[in-house]
Design a protein around this ligand. Structure first.
Ligand code: C2E
Ligand code: CA
Ligand code: CA
Ligand code: CA
Length: 278
């Protein structure tokens, strides 16, 4: 039994070493990615219930020369830990705002650019200034910029957070609460925080057409948001069945593979030229 214990331990440390090495490697690769600009932004359309494309969400893509595509779910959390998220986020903001100006020049109706803001990025003292600068440099009207924040960020140090959000709102920038419903926070902050939009997490959408409990939650959120004067976007709509159920709720906006996957700027331009039938 003793020997087996030692073997198990040995396996355990090997596994741990492997993970640590992998993290170190990834961190190093990420540094190169930042220096060599191996990132690209893809854009996923956000559809107004009328069928119009109201906005797009910028989603980062990393094509590593040897490893290929590394999904953001793998490197964004690491970049948060190491602080590498700061230069990455600056690149995202700069690129997305510049692309938004190009898109809006070609589009007959305004297209909002939604950008994911990481907790570390938001909490840095210079965040407001960096947003102002990026708007000034790109010439994007502030009302066409939407910052997506998660509940976790908004719960932290409430007073400071409210002030930061109010300053952003005064600029004319919009604030969306991302992954709504996945946090464990109370709903009371909804009346205190100056946000514009709730993005209902896709975990409520998968079974919405077949599970009356999911349907009740989504319906409740839509009603509540409406009464609070907030816009709603439902994320992760994948099937016609889900969409046909959801549209009976008279919800404002939708996003998901059913409408379009995230795509490169050139593909998005073509997509915007083809009228959507909903
Ligand atoms: P998120 O902000 O919740 O973004 C939505 C994710 O759901 C994206 O995954 C998108 O590709 C995916 N998605 C969209 N429609 C559907 C659908 O119908 N079904 C399913 N199953 N998935 C759908 P992605 O691109 O892998 O991004 C994952 C997460 O990484 C994002 O979640 C966000 O938290 C983070 N992320 C991505 N880009 C950035 C960025 O530029 N900055 C920061 N800070 N985080 C980012
Ligand atoms: Ca998001
Ligand atoms: Ca989300
Ligand atoms: Ca998320």
């Amino acid at each position: 039994a003793k020997r087996r214990g030692r073997n198990t331990f040995q396996w355990y440390t090997d596994e741990l070493n492997r993970k640590v090495t992998e993290r170190v490697n990834l961190r190093h690769a990420l540094q190169q990615a930042i220096e060599q600009e191996q990132f690209e932004l893809h854009y996923q359309p956000q559809i107004h219930h009328s069928g119009r494309v109201a906005g797009v969400e910028a989603l980062i893509r990393w094509y590593h020369p040897e490893r290929g595509n590394i999904p953001p779910g793998q490197f964004i959390p690491l970049a948060e830990d190491t602080g590498q998220i700061i230069p990455i986020s600056e690149w995202v903001m700069e690129t997305a705002c510049r692309d938004a100006v190009v898109l809006n020049a070609e589009s007959a109706t305004p297209i909002t650019m939604a950008i994911n803001v990481s907790p570390m990025q938001f909490q840095r003292p210079g965040f407001l200034d960096s947003v102002k600068q990026v708007l000034a440099r790109s010439g994007l009207p502030p009302a066409l910029l939407e910052l997506e924040l998660t509940e976790g960020v908004l719960m932290d140090s409430a007073e400071h957070t409210i002030q930061a959000l109010q300053a952003l709102r005064q600029l004319g920038v919009h604030i969306a609460l991302d992954d709504f419903g996945t946090g464990f926070s109370s709903l009371s902050y909804l009346k205190r925080l100056p946000i514009n939009k709730l993005k209902v997490d896709r975990s409520f959408v998968g079974d919405v057409a077949v599970d009356s409990r999911d349907a009740a939650i989504v319906e409740g959120v839509v009603t509540m948001a409406d009464k609070l004067g907030l816009e709603v976007l439902i994320e992760g709509v994948e099937t016609a069945e889900q969409f046909h159920f959801l549209r009976t709720l008279q919800c404002g906006h939708y996003q998901g593979y059913y409408f379009a996957r995230p795509m490169a700027l050139s593909a998005l331009k073509a997509y915007l030229k083809t009228p959507l039938v909903v």
